[in-house]
Design a protein around this ligand. Structure first.
Ligand code: KIV
Ligand code: NA
Length: 264
């Protein structure tokens, strides 16, 4: 089997060839993404994208583990990163370690991701020193949407920039191997990228980040709606609708199953 891309290999891409990443939650889509992505994120966005939740706050650990297993099974090349869901790591470093270890052991993924800057630095250090590679996530952190009053672009007020840059420096200093920078104004994303020596992975951020990530279903055009920062590369919603409606018509007309689809 092909050896997977490693955490140090991702970390070494700082300032180099841009890191390609997408989310995936299933074995079949992950196998396609695996051909092109350096790492695949099993994001807690799956709660909203796949399970119809309004935010990511309600995602249980078991669901992350179930989808994490599917993505690991479906891939052989990319590093697999699994999100720690809300409520499984904020309380203390030891609670975070217990749940991160469960994710690594049960899914066989290569790293976890958690949200928060300076406030999570102690936890990031605790995990990395004990064998759990951590990808951090700063800027717009969806698990805090109840506090922020929704999904709000960060850094519109330039006075807030030093705080975001401090967050980036704190997670890098604590040992995070990369940091997702989500939903921040473009010049702030650039400054964050220049301020740290670990790769920044942008989403709604800047082309100057060290890599990019998007939610697969969003960029495939499968959702009803996507934020401004999503470039839609596919038209899956329409493709699925066309296929399902053609099938429904043929069933009603008794033209499916046809000659080729029955046993003689
Ligand atoms: O859950 C997710 O999909 C994410 C990415 C958008 C970074 O955290
Ligand atoms: Na997430």
């Amino acid at each position: 089997p092909v050896r997977r891309i490693t955490v140090p290999q991702i970390a070494a891409r700082k300032g180099g060839e841009p890191i390609v990443s997408l989310t995936s939650y299933h074995a079949h889509t992950a196998a396609i993404v695996d051909k092109y992505a350096d790492f695949i994120l099993v994001g807690d966005s799956l709660g909203m994208v796949m399970h119809g939740m309004e935010t990511t706050v309600g995602v249980p650990l078991d669901l992350m583990i179930m989808h994490g297993k599917a993505v690991v099974r479906g891939t052989q090349r990319a590093l697999i990163v699994v999100d720690m869901p809300f409520g499984t790591y904020e309380e203390s470093p030891s609670v975070a370690f217990r749940n991160a270890a469960k994710i690594l052991k049960e899914t066989q993924c290569g790293a976890v991701k958690l949200e928060g800057g300076k406030r999570m630095a102690e936890t990031i250090r605790f995990l990395t020193e004990r064998g759990v590679p951590v990808m951090a996530h700063i800027g717009l952190t969806p698990q805090s949407s109840h506090v922020m009053g929704g999904f709000k672009t960060q850094g519109r007020d330039e006075d807030s920039w030093p705080l975001h840059i401090e967050d980036a420096k704190a997670v890098a200093e604590a040992g995070a191997f990369a940091v997702v920078v989500e939903g921040v104004v473009e010049p702030l994303a650039r400054q964050i990228t220049e301020a740290v020596d670990i790769p920044t992975i942008g989403i709604g951020a800047s082309a100057r980040c060290d890599g990019q990530i998007l939610v697969l279903e969003d960029m495939l055009g499968l959702g009803d709606w996507a934020p401004k920062f999503v470039k839609v590369y596919g038209n899956l919603k329409q493709d699925i609708e066309d296929a399902v409606s053609a099938y429904a018509d043929e069933v009603k007309q008794r033209s499916f199953p046809g000659e080729d689809h029955v046993y003689r």
